[in-house]
Design a protein around this ligand. Structure first.
Ligand code: 3PG
Length: 215
């Protein structure tokens, strides 16, 4: 688990951006992932907000093994099991659910639990986790919050998500305690439904270029 987790964190730290993806059907998974790869983003968080999540993860793991594929919006133990069976390489949760975190630890599945206050950080530390999702980032204090938390927790790394886009991505990535930023702006469900994968690739490329300027 520790090796898996550090490997996943290293890959997220290299990508610097974690596209949050919601798919209506698993048929969209492959073209979508190819568009992200074409834009320079070999990583995706497929959310369990749709029935297509587990199948989509399975397809991507089989067809694009070089991509880092995680499961997002994981809310219960059953979804942890589904994500694991599908081959998910990590799990992201919006809030801190100890049962879900425990299930991930037992399964050996790296987990980034969501927190938005110091109590959440310390709960994560209590489970041996020093990397967390910060959600919903903008609504919970954004950049000033992360700066404030670097005082007591200089060793904790955050993946802020929620309200992040091209206009504020650079501000977050400039913070030393930000590992990567998550967000749905690259893969909006509207673009996927319209099969506008070229636009997804363009947005991914734009985000990668922005991240490079804040490396
Ligand atoms: C998530 O599940 O991580 C968020 O819904 C993503 O937030 P965003 O849509 O504001 O990027």
């Amino acid at each position: 688990m520790a090796d898996n987790l550090s490997n996943v964190l290293a890959r997220l730290g290299e990508a610097r951006i974690l596209p949050v993806v919601e798919l209506d059907t698993s048929e969209a998974a492959l073209p979508l992932a190819k568009a992200l790869m074409a834009g320079g983003l070999p990583v995706a968080e497929i959310t369990f907000r749709s029935e297509a999540a587990a199948d989509s993860i399975g397809i991507l793991r089989e067809r694009i093994p070089e991509m880092l594929v995680g499961a997002g919006t994981v809310l219960d133990i059953e979804q942890v099991e589904q994500a694991h069976r599908a081959g998910s390489q990590f799990v992201v949760t919006p809030g801190f659910n100890p049962a879900v975190v425990e299930a991930c630890l037992e399964t050996g599945l790296p987990v980034l639990p969501g927190i938005n206050n110091p109590t959440g950080v310390e709960r994560a530390l209590g489970f041996g986790l020093d990397a967390v999702k910060f959600f919903p980032a903008e609504a919970s204090g954004g950049v000033p919050f992360l700066k404030a938390l670097s005082g007591p927790y200089p060793f904790v790394r955050f993946v802020p998500t929620g309200g992040i886009g091209p206009d504020n991505l650079g501000d977050y990535l400039a913070l030393p305690n930000v590992l990567a930023c998550g967000g749905s702006w690259i893969v909006s469900p509207t673009l996927v439904r319209a099969s506008r994968f070229d636009e997804v690739a363009r947005l991914a490329g734009e985000a990668v270029a922005l991240a490079a300027r804040n490396a």
